[in-house]
Design a binder for this molecule. Sequence first.
Ligand code: G1P
Length: 288
Amino acid sequence: MSRIRTAIFPVAGLGTRFLPATKAVPKEMLPVVDKPLIQYAVDEALAAGIETMVFVTGRGKNAIEDYFDIAYELEDTLHSRAKHDILATLEGTRLAPGNVAFVRQQEPLGLGHAVWCARHFIENSPFAVLLADELLWNPESPCLKQMAETQERKGGNVIAVLEVPHEHTNRYGIVSPGTIEGAVTEVRGLVEKPKPADAPSRLAAVGRYILQPEIMALLGTQEKGAGGEIQLTDAMAKLIGVQPFHAQTFVGQRHDCGDKAGYVQANISLALERADLGPVIREYLKTV
Ligand code: G1P
């Protein structure tokens, strides 16, 4: 079975929900405590053994390219001042030369279209897709690693899921479930953003995918789906029955950082876990 070598990060979205903050800063660069959202997603891919990172960007997203580059003046200044501890915080921003690529999605035609824009980078092998605004937090057993282990056993495609409230099914790709084995559920169907009354379950896709390369051809010919966009969910649905397809229930904390409340909660929750910040924030929270 071929190992998953490439991760695709769709980062072209406009981030309108976070205006005015995202007027001049990509939403993927918003920090949770002291690391931008995109770094959490890249760290998760690295932890799953992935080497090549492909960012599907758009206008106004240059900060992401600069972030994953060497900041020569800054690093030189820190070196000359012997600020080695601060330099060490930049470690995760240095991706291996030649193993990072940026491709533009010129028009916002949907998540499926964004993934398809990266089709020439996947070398006809299984690949991962990570949506950076979903912060899936389990440092001991990162989500994509949990999924890669399942993919090795089951083959085919694996998506991460979590149960969401019934009234929220219209925000997510929803799974029609088959046989359940612990955290792994067979996927019998997938539907993008169904009304609660039409939802086949409460199992929602939460922004992590391991997909077979055949999906690219399906995305290439695809019509628009829910919301008038080319949907990844619709192309995945076409692979069900053709290839193995499973949903992995994520064990860990999910923070929906595409949502303001979720983003603020992520900051509080991750700060509380930190040895340097936890005690101060815990004390502060007692006072409010
Ligand atoms: C996208 C996907 C959806 C998935 C969600 C997870 O929707 O289309 O299937 O459940 O991400 O966050 P979006 O939130 O971009 O509308």
